[in-house]
Write a protein that binds this ligand. Sequence first.
Ligand code: NIG
Ligand code: FE
Length: 409
Amino acid sequence: MNKIVLLNIQELLQVRQMPTQPLRGEEFTKLPKITNAYLVLCDNEVERFGEMSELNPDVLRDSEVIDATGRLVFPAFCDSHTHAVFASPRESELVDKIKGLSYQEIAASGGGILNSAKKVQQMSEEDLFLQSLEKVEQIIQGGTGALEIKSGYGLTLKDELKMLRVISRLKAHVDIPIKATFLAAHAIPAEFERDKEAFMDEVVHRWIPKVLEEGLADYVDLFCETGYFDAGDVQAVAQAIQGTPLKLKVHVNQFTAIQGIEAAVKNKAITVDHLEVLDHQDLVALKLGETIATVLPACSFYLNIPFSPVKELIKEGIPISLASDFNPGSSPSSNMFFVWSLACIKMKLTPEQALNALTVNSAFAMGLEATHGALFKGYRGKIIVTNKVPSLAYLPYAFGTNHIHQILN
Ligand code: NIG
Ligand code: FE
């Protein structure tokens, strides 16, 4: 039996019973914690925790003891929205942006998603896997303990399957859970340029059935946006997965509100992601449904677009999760501490609310709430031990700083 005991923890955060529902309203603002705490891990599983004053000294026998004086300890982040499998970065687009081009203009001039797709199409599955494995290992070192990865840079059935197989192999190679999302309709491929309907027909009648047959995905996603796909396409994809194990996620309201949220909520989407623009109708739909709003502040930061108006979502009692959107075109960083900083500095979430959105609610956003996102007896996920810091608020405050001292498990 391998026993680890952490002593004198300045604050042990996110300790709660396994939550049964995403946090919203008043609950979302509260972060349960124990000051001056101990934590016992037995064979990588949380066995117990409490105040130092209640520690039974017998626990220390035959244990590895870690003195956590001045440190904060909390469950690893859950990153429920990434495009971490891609062939090459697109740093030249940063220079285009500096020269004044917009995301849409860059895409129209040969950059964007179609450019990433060309690179994935040209790369062998083995190379794509090896490169992605390195990325995922870095993501884990950054404090992420559960990860969702989307396809969507294949844009042919063959290359989408290649991406999904890479994600499957990643699942088997790392010690954190990975959820695979088939991003079926991410952009209209060049060969369907003037016929989006024919492409959607292909996705709905050939691609989704094939992905289902091969059991390669947990979720299906699409990019509901002006110039890409619309609310009718959300409906068509939802219909195609009805009665199957696949669940719906939707990229929506990044630049424009085109009734995609309503269609997603109506079709019981697990999450709607982006939400940089929101109209009244969107808020009403979210309020009446069960869908989680996943917001992506690193994308707003990099593209210089508005940050999602999360205050309005909170006011309406809509559950919020935070994710990195790590991808080469709109969020080239997987750093969840930076997402935390942006959530506080730019979106005005409190440090406590933001941590709830980065852990508990993001675990719900990927169906991992029974095992990840909060420290409860039996938790087996990764645990972050920070550098010595004065208080919780220091973590989002000192943005761009490495705060990790150690990752346990
Ligand atoms: O989530 N919005 C669509 N998809 C990605 C960006 C993809 C890209 O530019 O390569 C996103 O922001
Ligand atoms: Fe995305």
